[in-house]
Design a binder for this molecule. Structure first.
Ligand SMILES: *Cc1c(COP(=O)(O)O)cnc(C)c1O
Length: 380
C-alpha cells in the first residue's frame, strides 16, 4: 500500500509518520463488531497514540477512552469523548490530575493503592462529590511478554496485591466519598499467546467469588488491554484476531447478571496502521556489516532501544539485489538501532525506508533528545 503512494511520500520532509486511515477503520469496525457480539465495552488506551485524527476514528467506532494521566483525560474530553466514557488509571495520579478528573465527573478511577484511595476520598470530600472507582488488582499472571511491558506480577508496581484486598475493603467502608463499582486488571502488553488471557479469566473468576463471599456485587469487570500484533509479518496479519480474543473472554469469564465487561485496547487497534518513513543519509562500511544511517532515530521511535523490539524494515525505493545492513539512527547512543543484519535491497543515500507497525507507542513516545525537531504525521 505504501508503494502506491510513493510520489506523495517523496514530497514530504522526512522523517514522518504515515497513517493508513482505511486500515484503521477496518480494524475498528472488526473490533467493535466482535465486541458487540457479547455486549462488551471497549475503551481505547490513549497512550498508544493520541493524535486527533486517530481519536476521531475511535470516537466514531463508539469506543470510550482509557487514560493514564490528567493530560490524557483532558485530551480525551477535548477530542469529544464524553466524561462518562472516560476511565483514569495509573499508580501515581497527582492531586491536580485527580481534581481535574473529579471536576469532569469521569466514569471511573482505576485505583492502585490504599494510599491513593485515601487521597482520592479526601479530594472528593473537599469538592463535595463522590468518586466512582474500580480496584486495580494485581492478579499475579505472567503475560509472557518483554519484562518492561509485564505489569501483572507481584514484583511489578501496578495494582493491589491479593493479600492486601481485605484491608482495602475495611478501608473502603470508612471512605464515604468513594463508591466501588468494579475491579480492574491489566497484565501487560503485546500478548500474543491467548492462553495468557485464559489464565487471567481464571484469576478474575476467583476474585469475583472472593467479592461475592463478602456480599459485594460489582457493576463491571475491566480486563484491561494487552492484545498483541504481528510485528514480523504485518501484511499477513494487518488486523488482529479480535474474534478469538473476545470469544475467549466470552467462553471463560463467569459473569453475574447485569454485569458489564470492559476492555482497554491500545496497540491492537492502532499499531498496524502507522509507519515511520525515513530517508537514508549515509552508507558506512563496518567490519562485518554495512550501516544504513537514517534520518530517523530513537527520538522518533524508541521501541527498539527501549524494549529490544522488532520492527519490519522495508526499502521503498530500491529493488536491487539484497544485502545485509545494520539500520541505525543519527542519535548519539549505541542503542539507537532499528535492526541488526537486516536484509534489504541494495540501499543508497536518498532511499526511502519504511519502519512498519509503528502506529502504537511510536509517535507518542517521540522525544526532543539531541534537540531534535518534532516528527510530522500525514494521513492517507
Ligand atoms: C497501556 C495500558 C493499556 C493498553 O495496553 P495495550 O497493550 O496497548 O492494549 C490498557 N490499560 C492500561 C491500564 C494501560 O496502562
Amino acid at each position: 500500500m505504501l508503494k502506491q503512494h510513493l510520489q506523495e511520500l517523496q514530497l514530504q520532509t522526512t522523517p514522518f509518520y504515515v497513517y493508513n486511515i482505511d486500515l484503521l477503520r477496518q480494524t475498528l469496525q472488526n473490533a467493535s463488531a466482535e465486541a458487540a457480539k457479547y455486549n462488551y465495552h471497549v475503551h481505547y488506551a490513549l497512550k498508544a497514540n493520541a493524535n486527533a485524527p486517530i481519536l476521531a476514528e475511535m470516537l466514531q467506532a463508539g469506543f470510550g477512552a482509557d487514560c493514564v494521566s490528567g493530560n490524557e483525560v483532558k485530551c480525551a474530553i477535548e477530542n469529544g469523548f464524553k466524561p462518562e466514557h472516560v476511565v483514569f488509571a495509573g499508580v501515581g495520579k497527582s492531586d491536580e490530575e485527580i481534581n481535574y478528573a473529579l471536576e469532569q465527573d469521569i466514569f471511573c478511577f482505576n485505583c492502585e493503592s490504599s494510599h491513593e484511595l485515601e487521597v482520592l476520598n479526601e479530594l472528593a470530600t473537599a469538592k463535595g462529590t463522590k468518586a466512582r472507582i474500580a480496584l486495580r488488582i494485581n492478579p499475579n499472571v505472567n503475560a509472557n511478554t518483554h519484562k518492561y511491558i509485564t505489569t501483572g506480577l507481584e514484583e511489578n508496581k501496578f495494582g493491589i496485591n491479593a493479600w492486601e484486598l481485605e484491608s482495602v475493603l475495611d478501608l473502603l467502608k470508612t471512605l464515604e466519598n468513594i463508591e466501588l463499582i468494579g475491579i480492574h486488571f491489566h497484565i501487560g502488553s503485546q500478548i500474543t499467546d491467548l492462553n495468557v488471557f485464559k489464565n487471567l479469566c481464571t484469576r478474575v473468576n476467583e476474585f469475583q467469588e472472593w467479592f461475592i463471599a463478602r456480599n459485594i456485587t460489582l457493576q463491571h469487570i475491566n480486563v484491561g488491554g494487552g492484545l498483541g500484533v504481528d510485528y514480523y509479518n504485518p501484511d499477513a496479519n494487518l488486523i488482529p484476531d479480535f474474534a478469538a480474543y473476545f470469544g475467549l473472554f466470552n467462553q471463560f469469564l463467569e459473569l453475574r447478571p447485569g454485569q458489564q465487561v470492559h476492555f482497554e485496547l491500545g496497540r491492537a487497534l492502532v499499531a498496524q496502521c502507522g509507519t515511520l518513513i525515513s530517508k537514508v543519509l549515509y552508507i558506512k562500511k563496518g567490519i562485518s556489516t554495512n550501516f544504513a544511517i537514517l534520518d530517523a532515530g530513537m527520538t522518533e521511535l524508541i521501541r527498539p532501544a527501549l524494549y529490544q523490539s522488532y520492527h519490519k524494515i522495508e526499502n521503498l525505493t530500491s529493488d536491487k539485489q539484497e544485502e545485509r545492513y545494520d539500520v541505525v539512527g543519527p542519535i548519539c547512543e549505541s542503542s539507537d538501532c532499528f535492526g541488526k543484519a537486516v536484509m534489504l535491497p541494495e540501499t543508497n543515500r536518498g532511499d526511502l525506508v519504511a519502519i512498519r507497525t509503528a502506529g502504537a507507542y511510536g509517535e507518542v513516545m517521540a522525544s526532543g533528545y539531541n534537540l531534535r525537531d518534532r516528527v510530522n504525521a500525514i494521513y492517507l
